[in-house]
Design a protein around this ligand. Sequence first.
Ligand code: HEM
Length: 499
Amino acid sequence: MLGCVQVIAGFAALIFLLYHFHRSRCCRDPLVPDWPLLGMLPHLLINLRQIHDYATQILQRNGGTGSFLGPWFTGMNYLATCDPMNVHHILSKNFNNYIRGPEFREDFEAFGVGVVTADSDTWKYHRILSQSLFKTRSFQMLMEKNVRKKVETSLLPLLDHVLREGIEVDLQDVFNRFNFDVVCSNILGYEPESLAIDFPRVACERAFTEAEEFIFYRHTVPKSIWKLQRWLKIGSEKKLALACEVLDGFLYESIASKREKISKENEKDKENDDDLLTCMMRKEEGKEHANDQFLRDATFNLFLAGRDTISAALSWFFWLLAKHPSVEAKILEEIKEEKEAQYQVYLHAALSEAMRLYPPVPFERKQAIKHDILPSGHEVGPGSVIILSLYAMGRCEDVWGKDCLEFKPERWISERGSIVPIPSYKFISFNSGPRSCLGKDLSFIQMKIMATDILKNYHFQVVGDHPVYPTLSIMLLMKYGLKVRVTKRDGHMMEEDGN
Ligand code: HEM
């Protein structure tokens, strides 16, 4: 009996060693040591709090590309890269070989099938549809009008209130609420008024943030774990399901009320500058696929693309300004010249620099269809998952120089005083190639309007020992927000502006 147990144990140990040896042999450039059974997961979990800095550090130590292997038999294996040549290859040169993939859609199932989550012909359809809607002059004007109105009617009065009361305010929360209201106006034609002096709890706004955080969690544990949680309806999966229920209720209600409105409109009403959902419904009218689910997914995807990205960018931008008064002073000089947004070169440079160091989308995930060899020489098998660290790319010494960790808007300005053109596969914050961001220009306009009006009137001081580091989410927001004290910009600036 004892002998039998010894044989089985010996056999098991042999299989164990052979499997471990096989993994080590197949894994080119492991990013960190691979532990038996647990793989590299313990390193990831220990460093979860500063995951993006940690990823930057280990990727750079490995020449920009390396493998991450999860616990045995979990399939949680990735090739991670921040090498611009690999990124250019994946996002542009061999674009057709790298898709979102079914696993991505499974992780992001809450968002349904839309421009951000779809692949192949479905993606093309959504991309062309979205592009046709928000590249129009009328939508751009609507968006600018909504932003200016929101600044005047909500943002400035709220900051005035904070100033009068002498209280601290979470600037990130302010931007989140601002942007949620503006995105709702642009996409749904309805304003939930989440930005108000009493900071109301708006269920759909909360639900959106939570959904993003729980989706990130799915990337940090083996699939079997979150699937088990989903099946048992416990923990983060239970909360994700609840958040989605709230969001679905909100979106389906908007779709129903639009259907009613459209059914009653006459030819003249159709010429109005309307929200994206109305325009989309008119455009898709009569098409078989354009049911409520299609419209829900399409709008949800646009929320995902446009909502937290701008809030994240502005939060890091104002935090960086608070730490770099000389940059703030130069922006103020430019504001005094009262240029139109497109001519605000220094502000453009400072915003770009903030998004280089803190890209609102910190990583992207792609799946290979066929075998391929990346420019770095790494082999990619069919079905391999590749993580592109946009965060690490913005801190790449080879691209940005030895001072890559410094906040220096000047690096973006040429001797002739214009913005230095940098290829999108190097300044990756808006993605690159056929799937690059459709909202880049609109975002710059919105951020410039907001930054100009805020800086003209107020100065922010970050509260003493307020901890600032990223959330664990698919968006690079600040975990504890950005607590600031607000003071009125000195009279000098105001007089010159005639305010
Ligand atoms: C600072 C603001 C923004 C940043 C940094 C940003 C960045 C990005 C990035 C990195 C992607 C690629 C995501 C991925 O493939 O995983 C993306 C895609 C996209 N963005 Fe933006 N975005 C911003 C604002 C916006 C806004 C305001 C809108 C729309 C109103 C928008 C619309 C889109 C769309 C539709 C896509 C999907 C493109 C596709 O897959 O074909 N973005 N954006």
